[in-house]
Design a protein around this ligand. Structure first.
Ligand code: NAP
Length: 291
């Protein structure tokens, strides 16, 4: 470290709360080291109401860029100069780049991470009919990015009367208004007949709910009788690495059953590229930090 940090070292960081558990400092610092980049990455615990002050402080310190995690992902947009098309539509940023003249631009790499992870597994979302379970933060990023990346249809399922159904309705409206080539709709996740019909006619099924992660690990929203060999099944949940849905899709012989850890890696790969213009050593990072 004493050989690496010097008077010119550029700071990158993560803001949000909590951040102590985050794998981002390890992933970025390892990658800076491997590529010989004179950068360092730290994590700062910032509560929602301090988001604006934190952004001002980072501007003053001339940071090279920063990531944002909950609860600041939506709030941060107020303090930025510009948003990428995906961040604008998703309504949340997880990455901010800083231009030479200090202009801050917000991006959302979660959806790109999802799409890239599918590509790594030989699956292209372009032209595909996609069913997305969930309408929260991850689901919104996945749904909107799939539409922007050329999906022919996105069909959201969320429990009606719970927290995120209205958010799903807004996502549908945004896609209809901004991505006319993609058909968007939403139905009640508790309507099992509608869900079975949609899964039966889609190409890709995505779980972007909290079902599958603790305390809902061991649970699944999909009856395994709906799985078939020409269906791609993907989860955003990465802890555990293999959810019950993914295990059952594999057992049923689905074309691909893709867990969420690759999405986590690929959103970082995309952010690293936005920060540095260079490719993160993704395979090494996966083996070292995510295996
Ligand atoms: P969030 O904004 O709180 O959304 C949670 C979603 O789960 C909502 O749609 C919610 O719908 C649904 N849900 C919760 N409990 C449910 C239940 N018992 N039955 C059915 N639906 C239920 O959370 P988030 O940040 O989007 O996270 C969602 C998942 O994505 C998490 O498992 C997280 O680990 C994962 N994720 C992965 C990555 C990655 O890089 N791989 C990145 C971000 C998030 P209701 O309206 O019914 O409550």
């Amino acid at each position: 470290m004493e050989n690496r940090i010097n008077g010119h070292t550029r700071l990158f960081c993560l803001i949000g709360s909590p951040v102590g558990h985050s794998g981002s400092p390890a992933m970025y610092n390892y990658s800076f080291d491997r590529l010989g980049l004179d950068n360092a990455y730290l994590a700062f615990d910032i509560p929602l109401e301090k988001t604006g002050e934190a952004v001002e402080a980072l501007k003053l310190l001339h940071v090279g860029g920063f990531n944002i995690t909950m609860p600041c992902k939506t709030e941060v947009a107020k303090y930025l100069d510009d948003l990428s098309p995906a961040a604008r539509l998703i309504g949340a940023c997880n990455t901010v780049t800083v231009s030479e003249d200090g202009k801050l631009t917000g991006h959302n790499t979660d959806g790109v991470g999802f799409v890239r992870n599918l590509k790594e597994h030989g699956v292209d979302v372009a032209g595909k009919k996609i069913v997305v379970l969930g309408a929260g933060g991850a689901a919104t990023a996945v749904t909107i990015q799939c539409a922007l990346s050329g999906a022919s249809e996105v069909h959201i399922f969320n429990r009606k009367g719970y927290n995120f159904y209205e958010n799903g309705e807004h996502t549908v409206e945004k896609i209809r208004a901004n991505v006319p080539g993609c058909q968007a709709s939403i139905d009640n996740l508790l309507d099992s007949a509608a869900l079975a019909e949609a899964v039966g006619s889609c190409d890709i099924l995505v779980n972007a709910t909290k079902v599958g992660m603790a305390p809902l690990d061991g649970e699944t929203l999909i009856d395994s009788s709906l799985f078939r060999p020409d269906l791609v099944v993907a989860d955003t949940v990465y802890n555990p690495r293999e959810t019950r849905m993914i295990r059952e899709a594999q057992a049923a012989g689905c074309k691909a059953a893709i867990g969420g850890i690759g999405m986590l890696l690929q959103q970082g790969v995309e952010a690293f590229h936005l920060f540095t213009g260079k490719d993160m050593p993704a395979q090494e990072v996966m083996e070292k930090f995510f295996s």
